[in-house]
Design a protein around this ligand. Structure first.
Ligand SMILES: [Zn+2]
Length: 354
């Protein structure tokens, strides 16, 4: 339809309105009387009082996201189960898809990102070999984790496939030398090393030589790709909902490059400052840099028994256990309502765990 067509159409409409003598051309709506006539004393059906809520305000379902809104009865059931510690919370804060996540809970918590470049933690002995001096690495600037610093000393790392110059030493000296590389570094060096958490070197890689100004050290072990991890200061644990040993998933990066990183191991301790540590490959993939923010989107507590949902026993459950001749222990893998505990005591099946 072009401009002229629109003009002709509007003229046509105007002429029809004139022909109708200025009256509205749609009939005035008339409210229909209900069939059979009104029952004496009863409100007419069209008053709305007789209608059920879904007729008035039907539940809207978006075709694009059928799981966005859980059906109300299902939501109530899930909330009750969550309250009884039998299942995950149906729609935790900040969640669009909290329902259906078995062992995780979504949380709207932000942490700062720290990108770790390849670096070397060095033992006192190896430092002496590389730099010919019985002293500690020279502090150049502090890094985010309290007590640690980037040293002014660097070494060259040589593998069978290549060489990387200027690998920074992070002080102070440690008990065992540990070289942390990004996967791309390993390709440069022509070596294959496993992903390990810093400080846990069982099964770590080797096959590289460190070259310092005074000497060389060949590493048979201690070379790792650092497991992505989240340092948690004890004061932040509660508000982040994360404890030592938890695994979290984080979302970070700008639109178009945004990623979710799983298997982020949380480490908590008095000497930790809250920060998400990624290596340069991870940071490049997500297009983030040190100081950017990441959002914790899920937390799981694989190691903590309290993280597994313990069933809640009510009086009836206790009665059933008694009928089966079983007892209830204070330290058992379940929670008891106070009434259930009293019932267990009354039935003589309560055992205080020693
Ligand atoms: Zn770290």
């Amino acid at each position: 339809m072009n401009k002229d067509d629109v003009q002709r159409l509007s003229e046509l409409i105007a002429s029809r309105l004139d022909a109708a003598g200025g009256r509205a051309w749609l009939p005035t709506p008339v409210r229909p009387e209900p069939p059979g006539g009104p029952t004496p004393g009863a409100l007419p059906a069209w008053s709305g009082a007789a209608q059920t809520l879904p007729d008035v305000a039907p539940i809207r379902r978006s075709a694009g996201s059928p799981h966005h809104r859980t059906e109300y009865p299902a939501l109530v059931t899930a909330a009750r189960q969550a309250a009884a510690a039998r299942g995950p919370a149906p729609l935790p804060a900040g969640s669009k898809a909290g329902a259906g996540r078995a062992a995780t809970a979504r949380t709207p918590k932000e942490v700062a990102i720290g990108v770790s470049n390849r670096h070397l933690h060095v033992s006192q002995r190896d430092f002496a070999t590389l730099f010919g001096a019985e002293r500690s690495p020279t502090p150049q600037r502090p890094i985010s984790q309290p007590g640690q610093y980037a040293a002014s000393e660097t070494v060259a790392v040589v593998g069978r496939g290549g060489r990387i110059e200027g690998v920074r030493i992070v002080g102070p000296a440690r008990g065992q030398t540990q070289l942390e590389l990004a996967p791309a570094d390993c390709r440069t060096l022509g070596i294959q090393v496993p992903v390990r958490l810093s400080g846990r070197l069982e099964g770590s890689g080797g096959g590289v030589t460190l070259e310092g100004p005074a000497g060389k050290v060949t590493l048979e072990a201690g070379v790792i790709i650092a497991q992505r991890h989240l340092h948690v200061a004890p004061g932040d644990a509660k508000h982040l909902g994360v404890g030592d040993g938890d695994r979290v998933a984080v979302e970070c990066g700008p639109a178009g490059r945004r990623v979710t990183l799983h298997d982020v191991l949380a480490r908590m301790g008095p000497t930790h400052a809250t920060e998400l540590h990624l290596d340069t490959d991870e940071a490049n993939a997500a297009q983030v840099k040190t100081g950017d923010r990441a959002l914790i989107v899920a937390t799981s507590h694989p190691g903590r028994p309290s993280g597994r949902r313990r069933p809640l026993l009510v009086e009836r459950d206790v009665a059933e256990l008694a009928a089966r001749g079983e007892s209830v222990t204070s330290g058992g893998p379940y929670l008891l309502t106070p009434a259930a505990r009293d019932r267990a005591k009354a039935l003589g099946i309560w055992r205080e765990e020693t």
